[in-house]
Design a protein around this ligand. Structure first.
Ligand SMILES: [Zn+2]
Ligand SMILES: [Zn+2]
Length: 348
């Protein structure tokens, strides 16, 4: 089969490899859709030491079960499924607390097992056994269902943000993840939702979502003033940083109001993970600062159910569908802001 294989930094090739062969306990999926993630782009541009090449990338997928070597599995041949991609030990302190994302010996699809930028993907026995596959029971498209994985990560952050009716929310970073944060904030009843970005093209794309407005981030700091204007001079109640930028993290503390919750969603580049922050904002404004990493299986289930319900506008996220051969084009389109979410169809 043809697959997009990571060989190292700036080296992803579409090549022919052997079709996967199952052993006991495993399940084979025929991939119908695999969305390209910001992480894939970062892996391509910077490399990733956690991935031992050669490795098939692609972790946001939806596919159909075409073979099963586990008769007790919760899904069967013919079922369309999505997958919780974290394989956890189930025994460590964090697993026992329901925080599989923090498992001390976790492994992940597309890092330790081949991913879904390929027509077929093998689901490891442990994942099958732990019911990591979720059957799609509505007629949402496979493209839309592929968003359950990133939406689960976003949901993880919202489980501790607790957004409600009184909250004026700002999201910094108008990419697909930022847009998901904005949509979730709205669905939870936020009083207002604004998106902030340095790229006007990205902001223009956000008008398709049910948000209250966008703010262009400018070098002169005008966006900080604008944020205060929009909130009676008080600052936002919740600020989410959905972009890998130390400047955005610093801005978040500036535009946060008294008693606000601030979320640093995602990290900074590993080569330069330090930010200069005015921590007096934490002190004088009594801010709550949180982070989040990956997702718990409960977050994935929530995201999967939300997309299935039709209440999440998944269709508005997928702007392009491309064949495997054009995976590099998807990276360029994401970088320029032309695409919001690109979905690879390995069957094309
Ligand atoms: Zn992802
Ligand atoms: Zn564990």
């Amino acid at each position: 089969m043809k697959a997009a294989i990571y060989h190292g930094k700036e080296d992803i090739r579409v090549e022919n490899i052997a079709d996967p062969v199952l052993t006991d306990g495993e399940i084979l999926l025929e991939i119908e859709a695999c969305s390209v993630c910001g992480t894939d782009l970062r892996t391509y541009r910077n490399g990733d030491k956690k991935i031992a090449p050669p490795r098939v990338l692609g972790h946001e997928f939806c596919g159909r079960v075409i073979e099963s070597r586990n008769p007790d599995a919760n899904v069967q041949k013919g079922d369309r499924v999505v997958m919780y991609i974290v394989l956890s030990c189930g025994e460590c302190k964090y697993c026992r607390a329901g925080r599989e994302n923090l498992c001390i010996s976790r492994t992940t699809m597309s890092y330790h097992y081949d991913g879904a930028f390929a027509p077929y993907v093998k689901v490891p026995a442990r994942a099958v056994q732990r019911n990591s596959l979720f059957k799609v029971t509505t007629d949402q498209s496979s493209q839309q269902m592929s968003l359950a994985e990133p939406l689960g990560c976003v949901t993880n952050a919202h489980t501790h943000l607790g957004i409600g009716l009184q909250d004026r929310v700002a999201v910094i970073g108008a990419g697909p993840i930022g847009a998901m944060h904005a949509v979730l904030a709205r669905l939870q009843g936020a009083q207002s939702v604004h998106l902030i970005d340095i790229n006007q093209k990205r902001l223009d794309m956000m008008t398709r979502f049910d948000i209250d407005g966008t703010i262009l981030s400018e070098k002169d700091g005008a966006h900080l003033e604008k944020s205060l204007e929009l909130t009676n001079g008080e600052g936002f109640d919740v600020v989410i940083v959905a972009v890998s930028s130390a400047f955005a993290q610093a801005d978040a503390l500036e535009i946060a109001g008294k008693g606000a919750r601030v979320e640093f969603f995602g990290g900074l580049p590993k080569s330069n993970p330090t930010a200069v922050l005015n921590t007096n904002h934490l002190h004088y404004k009594e801010l709550m600062l949180s982070g989040s990493y990956s997702e718990k299986i409960s977050d994935f289930r929530t995201a999967y159910q939300l997309i299935q319900s039709g209440r999440f506008p998944a269709d508005k996220f997928i702007t392009h569908e491309l064949p495997l051969e054009r995976i590099h084009d998807s990276f360029l389109m994401m970088e320029s802001g032309e695409a919001l979410k690109v979905c690879i169809n390995p069957q094309l």
